[in-house]
Design a protein around this ligand. Structure first.
Ligand SMILES: Cc1ncc(C[n+]2csc(CCOP(=O)(O)OP(=O)(O)O)c2C)c(N)n1
Length: 577
């Protein structure tokens, strides 16, 4: 057995079923081992970054993912996707193959210092200088990726990969341990007292509440508490039939999510590492519970921090919570939330008659037509705003994006991973035209493997989010425009059924057709570049900059609706400061 064979065996044993990679040089011994073994599928991506995103998505859905990059540029390309995986807490094992051991450390052709290169985007790195080391290194890297929830990289010289395995006393298994982590009994009763003593309690739920949806609801019921959520938590709780939902907070959030949090006597932050400190309250009491103790208090002025799995902790807590009878705070916050929902809806309805396609309308139509267990992946850019506002949780929907790392171009390669990891589930990517342009070649991966993902491109011919950012800050809009390829021709050339939509009236039919089409589909929608989503920033300077920009736009004669929306956003901003 060679070291490369051992690697394949260990990857298979831990649950990896696909390897995302571009083969070459030092990676060829592994390619050969995968071929001979026959149990892992080699997915030949066109750019290793796409491979890292796809592997990360596999890990997010199924617990583990794997990607590989060959010497130098091959593994350098992995870096951005690995940052994303690591920050999202997705266990990914990445193999960075590299120059032979006799050449290491001499600035040889295609050599990088792998130890330094990956230093900031991983949980664990192992440099396998000898075959014996490699055997133990695989074990350790995989175990770290699982346990620390992030990326484990093995630097693997080509000669080590093709060397014989000489020892047989190594473990080829890895372990998913599920310890029960919850606060100590005294901490649970301290927490219960805190909650029982306060009148208005608000829950703010992150991705850590994914498996605790029922318990979170029960707590809200007991406390008559409004429930807000982060973007990563939204899809589990933003449902029509959730009587406690009040929306998101933060840049992509809404007034109700912000207000409910600030008006609470006690804020319970559950399984969230919400990074926008400036949106978090300073005056009320804040409790944070997270399975990772190192996260406690790092974003907000937290008064009480507890380490615990959310489901287990809430199960212990619930019997100690007294029923609150006053529902006025919940009712008030729900009213604000409903008003915002109505505003969003009326905006969609009016736009559907318009010639210029409004992205809000597209997002609302997708929400309407998508399956109840669809997986949505969203790009960083304005499409993330539309997804935040219009996609709703249903029975078993899932929504993700580059929500921690904030990279463009994530949606399409994530859809590759989701499509392969979850066959049978509908996968829908919200891509910006700037985003999709960055990894355009990997549409061919979708085509080659016939992955039935539906790629919706919000083709507004601009880097919309940055354009808005510049306008808000008072900069002239410059270098944000872009010329797009003809997506219909591009799709045809790539063998992907493509629809090009430039009139609102055609949006529902086209989306319906694309969603029912059996194979991969691209829907390029020519959306209005002036669609406005004003992030509720709270600093006066920004409001001032925004006001100036708005007056310029008004003078330039923008549409009435545009001005109206802008005015109401501005009014909202003023209320916030
Ligand atoms: C890799 C990367 N480069 C640059 C940025 C900065 N950035 C954030 S959003 C954005 C614009 C996205 O444009 P597009 O994909 O066209 O989507 P839109 O906002 O127009 O919907 C840019 C340049 C980033 N987040 N990631």
């Amino acid at each position: 057995m060679k070291i490369a064979d051992l690697l394949v065996q260990m990857l298979y044993n831990v649950g990896v079923r696909r390897v995302y990679a571009v083969t070459g040089d030092s990676l060829n011994p592994i390619n050969d081992a995968v071929r001979r073994d026959g149990r892992l599928r080699w997915i030949h991506v066109r750019h290793e970054e796409a491979g890292a995103y796809a592997a990360s998505m596999e890990a997010e859905m199924n617990g583990i993912g794997c990607c590989m990059g060959s010497s130098g540029p091959g593994h350098v390309h992995l870096v951005n996707g690995l940052y994303d995986a690591n920050q999202a807490g997705n266990p990914v094992i990445a193999i960075a193959s590299t120059v032979t051991t006799d050449k290491l450390g001499m600035e040889n052709f295609q050599e990088t210092n792998v130890t330094k290169l990956f230093d900031d985007c991983i949980k664990y790195f192992f440099m396998a200088n000898t075959p014996q080391q490699a055997a133990h290194g695989f074990q350790s890297a995989i175990q770290h990726a699982i346990q620390d929830r992030g990326v484990g990289v093995v630097g693997l010289p080509g000669d080590v990969a093709s060397a014989d395995l000489e020892q047989n006393y190594i473990s080829t298994q890895n372990y998913y341990s599920h310890p029960r982590i919850l606060p100590h009994t005294e901490e649970i009763s301290e927490l219960a007292d805190l909650i029982n003593d306060r009148k208005k309690v608000m829950l703010y739920c992150g991705h850590g509440c994914k498996d605790a949806q029922e318990e979170v609801k029960q707590v809200c019921e007991r406390l008559n508490a409004p429930m807000g959520y982060s973007y990563r938590g939204k899809i589990f709780f933003d449902k029509e039939d959730n009587p406690y939902a009040v929306g998101m907070n933060g840049l992509l959030g809404s007034k109700s999510g912000f207000e409910a949090m600030h008006k609470a006597d006690l804020l319970l932050m559950l399984g969230t590492d919400f990074p926008y400190s400036e949106f978090l309250p300073e005056k009320n009491t804040i409790v944070q519970i997270d399975i990772k103790a190192e996260r406690l208090g790092r974003r907000a002025k937290v008064d009480y921090g507890y380490q615990g799995d959310i489901k287990e902790t809430l199960k212990e807590l619930l019997p100690n919570l007294k029923q609150k009878t006053d529902a006025s705070y919940l009712k008030k916050m729900r009213k604000v939330h409903k008003k915002i929902g109505d505003d969003y809806e009326s905006y969609v309805l009016s736009q559907s008659e318009n010639d210029l396609i409004h992205p809000e309308y597209v997002a609302a139509v997708i929400d309407e037509l998508a399956d109840d267990d669809a997986i949505f992946t969203v790009d960083t850019g304005m499409s993330a705003v539309w997804a935040a506002r219009y996609l709703k949780g249903k029975k078993n929907r899932y929504l993700t994006g580059s929500f921690n790392h904030g990279s463009m171009a994530d949606a399409m390669p994530m859809a590759i991973g989701a499509g392969l990891a979850c066959p049978g589930r509908q996968v829908i990517a919200f891509s910006g035209d700037g985003g999709i342009s960055m990894l355009l070649g990997d549409l061919m991966t979708i085509s080659q493997y016939n992955i039935p993902a539906k790629i919706v491109v919000f083709a507004n011919q601009t880097l919309g989010m940055v354009r808005l950012e510049m306008l808000v800050a008072g900069y002239p809009d410059w270098q944000t425009d872009m010329v797009n390829p003809d997506f219909a021709k591009l799709g045809e050339a790539m063998g992907i059924q493509t629809w090009d939509v430039s009139e609102s009236i055609n949006v529902p039919n086209v989306i319906k057709e694309a969603f029912t089409h059996e194979g991969p589909a691209i829907v390029a929608v020519h959306t209005d570049p002036d669609a406005l989503a004003m992030p509720p920033k709270v600093r006066f300077k920004q409001v001032e900059g925004f006001a100036k920009t708005m007056s310029k736009l008004i003078l330039n004669g923008r549409t009435a609706e545009f001005v109206e929306t802008a005015k109401s956003d501005l009014k909202y901003l003023k209320e916030l400061i």
